[in-house]
Design a protein around this ligand. Structure first.
Ligand code: ATP
Ligand code: MN
Ligand code: MN
Length: 375
């Protein structure tokens, strides 16, 4: 039932940053299939194809009704032939043979398992696959050379692949807050990523840290990390220093998705609590009640106050929403947007902003709140 929605009057905009995309939508049976195609294309290092399928899925996520017939798709953007073929198959048969056999294939499953290791990208996973390796245990068995990140990834594989709950994210938030206020009173911290968009589960927890007095935030990360390490709260961390220079970075340089903030990719040791027991309520047998803990991926980013609005926008996601924000800025507005700044190539100047709202306004976009950026 389409509850008063006239499919012919839907005006679906083509950039994800022009649309409201809620977390819960009506077409998961279609979007999940398209996302398998996207993932598979990514495993084959075909970025363009991967993004195309992701875009198609994203358009369906923004629809206010469940698609029933192909007719309803006529006016929608971003749906290529291949996507339409798969949608048609699912509407007619309830499932897509192409997608299902892809999902079952040894290559797809192995690539998923191997890229699911923290620190392992598509290139490495593909090389291992061609050498006959299929899973983290194959890596251990055959004594593969692993870097420090990958060693942690293999060691905590099961836990890192178990979704992080909002409750766990809040517990980690409390710890980070305590650490930050101990080493720099007055610093501010904000939950970012999927949890800021209203997700109840995530693959990690993202935090953005700043201080209202510009400059106070410099070299903050090593102090936070020491505070955490002294308390045995970290299993792994890799800190990168801030390398952003306004003059040297944008404009003119090819846009780079990686930002240059002081940051830390880490694995937290989250001490035991009710939520960390298994779904059956039973603790893993190798850990006593007193020493129970689980591994959780945590990203920490430090931003100068003057860049905080851009950093907030850049670290809220979703990844497709971010990608389209930058594409919109470049193609439609002749501006260059990053997590640090907005550069207006026509006026030849940087645009300052105190809030996300101001950035949307400058880009000529209607403000989309975080919970509707789930593109
Ligand atoms: P999940 O629940 O799976 O963690 P998520 O949306 O939080 O979903 P993340 O991979 O944690 O996904 O990324 C959160 C945001 O941070 C994204 O918007 C992404 O653009 C940004 N981001 C992630 N990694 C980097 C990076 N290395 N450099 C710049 N921005 C990044
Ligand atoms: Mn995240
Ligand atoms: Mn992250």
């Amino acid at each position: 039932p389409k509850q008063n929605v006239n499919v012919n009057t839907i005006q679906m905009k083509s950039y994800a940053c022009q649309r409201r995309t809620p977390l819960k939508h009506h077409n998961s049976h279609l979007t999940e299939a398209l996302e398998v195609l996207s993932e598979n294309a990514a495993y084959g290092e075909n970025e363009g194809r991967s993004v195309a399928f992701r875009r198609a899925a994203s358009v369906l996520k923004a629809l206010p009704y469940r698609v029933q017939t192909m007719d309803e798709l006529k006016c929608l953007p971003c749906l290529g032939d291949h996507s339409q073929r798969v949608i048609k198959e699912i509407l007619e048969d309830g499932t897509s043979r192409e997608v299902e056999s892809m999902r079952q294939s040894e290559q797809f499953q192995a690539m998923k398992a191997l890229t699911g290791i923290f620190g392992v990208g598509v290139r490495t996973a593909d090389r291992w696959f061609r050498e006959g390796l299929r899973s983290p245990s194959d890596l251990i068995r055959t004594g593969q050379q692993l870097n420090r990140e990958q060693q942690a990834g293999v060691l905590y594989y099961d836990e890192l692949n178990k979704p992080v709950t909002k409750h766990e994210a809040d517990l980690i938030g409390d710890i980070v807050k305590e650490a930050v206020s101990a080493v720099l009173p007055g610093a501010e911290i904000q939950l970012m990523g999927g949890f800021r968009r209203g997700k109840e589960l995530g693959h990690d927890v993202d935090f953005l840290i700043t201080h209202p007095e510009e400059g106070k935030e410099e070299e903050l990360m090593p102090k936070i990390i020491s505070w955490l390490e002294e308390r045995d709260l970290l299993l792994y961390q890799k800190t990168t220093r801030n390398s952003y220079l306004e003059k040297k970075d944008a404009p003119g340089r090819p846009p780079n998705n990686m930002d240059r903030f002081e940051r830390c990719f880490s694995i937290f040791k989250l001490q035991g609590h009710a939520e960390t027991t298994g779904s059956d309520g039973v603790r893993p047998s190798n850990q006593s009640e007193a020493s129970y803990w689980r591994a959780v991926r945590v990203d920490l980013v430090v931003s100068p106050y003057s860049q905080f609005a851009f950093a907030t926008l850049g670290w809220t996601g979703s990844k497709l929403f971010e990608r389209d924000l930058r594409r919109w800025a470049g193609q439609e507005k002749h501006m260059s947007l990053s997590s640090h700044a907005l550069y207006d190539s026509v006026q030849r100047c940087y645009v300052r902003a105190q809030s996300e709202e101001e950035i949307f306004e400058y880009l000529g976009l209607e403000f989309i709140p975080p919970c509707e950026r789930n593109a």
